[in-house]
Design a protein around this ligand. Structure first.
Ligand code: NAD
Length: 292
């Protein structure tokens, strides 16, 4: 009899930053028997073996999921549906399946389309942890320590399947929260997806200027802090935009309106309005997040 929070065979589809960190965290806790990887890049999978992220890898999804009791899909959002279709053909009929995608609506739609009745054993998830690095070498065992993992189960999700995935993330040191899918996508559009758009847009704008090399030479701490996330993986962020487009476009439009108000206050030298806006923003940031 295996303990509720022990995984016998864990299959990770897409062995990058998020998938490899999960494996390393579970291995450190001795909470997993064998970790089997599948990905498209054989050199990356070989590296996974070398780094102790994987115990073995397979070159087809069918072989990788065979016998696995938990399957984690950690590929970019745009690849989820194709991967789900392959898993559906070959997974054990009691395997619990989860994903780590940064948006949930599109993943849930793909799962409903591909898993049929087995969708009850699919638990959508999103670790609120990560970074700008990608690939298996970027993974580390403490990535999820003290971080949140949001689970967005559906009405038909089996409670035991949710409990299994919750226990897996708890073994990695994460705190678990439950949100509904739509709410998750709205909140994450505001707190994560919009800021990435702003960072990409700023670096893109400045790098189009004739004297951009000089501008970047004088970039100070604030610019570095604000634009760090523009070094994130372009494929991942392309897919997030497509997957969570509606919520994101609404926020981009609100942000444009905000910038127009600032431009107007500057144009008319409206010092009171600028002070009011900056003071309000500062007090909210200090209150909600802290002053550093
Ligand atoms: P990554 O680029 O480090 O890893 C993704 C891996 O998936 C790569 O090894 C890639 O080769 C592989 N892959 C791509 N397409 C595939 C396919 N069709 N079949 C099999 N493997 C495939 O990316 P990551 O940062 O680990 O992100 C993975 C997922 O986690 C994404 O869905 C992303 O939205 C989500 N996520 C990322 C972060 C973050 O900050 N990086 C945070 C939370 C969630």
């Amino acid at each position: 009899m295996i303990a509720k929070d022990m995984i016998d065979k864990l299959c990770i589809i897409g062995v990058g930053l998020i998938g490899s960190s999960l494996s390393l965290a579970l291995k450190r806790e001795a909470a997993v028997g064998e970790v089997i990887g599948y990905g498209r890049n054989q050199a990356n999978l070989e590296k996974g073996l070398e780094l102790g992220v994987l115990d073995r890898y397979e070159t087809t999804i069918a072989a990788a999921v065979e016998g696995a009791d938990v399957i984690v899909v950690a590929v970019p959002l745009g690849a989820m549906q194709t991967v789900f279709a392959e898993i559906a053909k070959s997974a054990r009929n009691d395997a619990v399946i989860t994903d780590v995608g940064s948006a949930k609506g599109s993943v849930v739609q793909a799962a409903l389309a591909e898993f049929g009745d087995s969708v009850s054993r699919f638990v959508p998830g999103h670790p609120i942890a990560g970074g700008e690095q990608s690939g298996v070498e970027a993974g580390y065992a403490t990535l999820y320590q003290g971080r949140r993992v949001i689970l967005t189960p559906l009405a038909q999700t089996d409670a035991a399947a949710s409990a299994r995935i919750e226990a897996m993330w708890r073994r990695c040191g994460a705190d678990i929260e439950y949100l509904d899918v739509e709410h998750h996508d709205k909140v994450l559009a505001a707190t994560s997806h919009l800021p990435h758009m702003l960072a990409y847009a700023l670096v893109h704008q400045l790098s189009s200027l004739n004297d951009h090399e000089e501008i970047f030479r004088y970039a100070a701490g604030g610019f570095r802090d604000f634009t760090r996330i523009a070094s994130s993986d372009p494929v991942m962020w392309r897919d997030v935009c497509i997957a969570n487009g509606d919520a994101l476009v609404d926020l981009i439009e609100q942000y444009q309106h905000e910038l127009n108000s600032i431009a107007q206050a500057i144009r008319t030298a409206d010092a009171d309005e600028l002070l009011r806006l900056f003071s309000h923003a500062k007090s909210q940031r200090d209150l909600q997040i802290g002053s550093c």
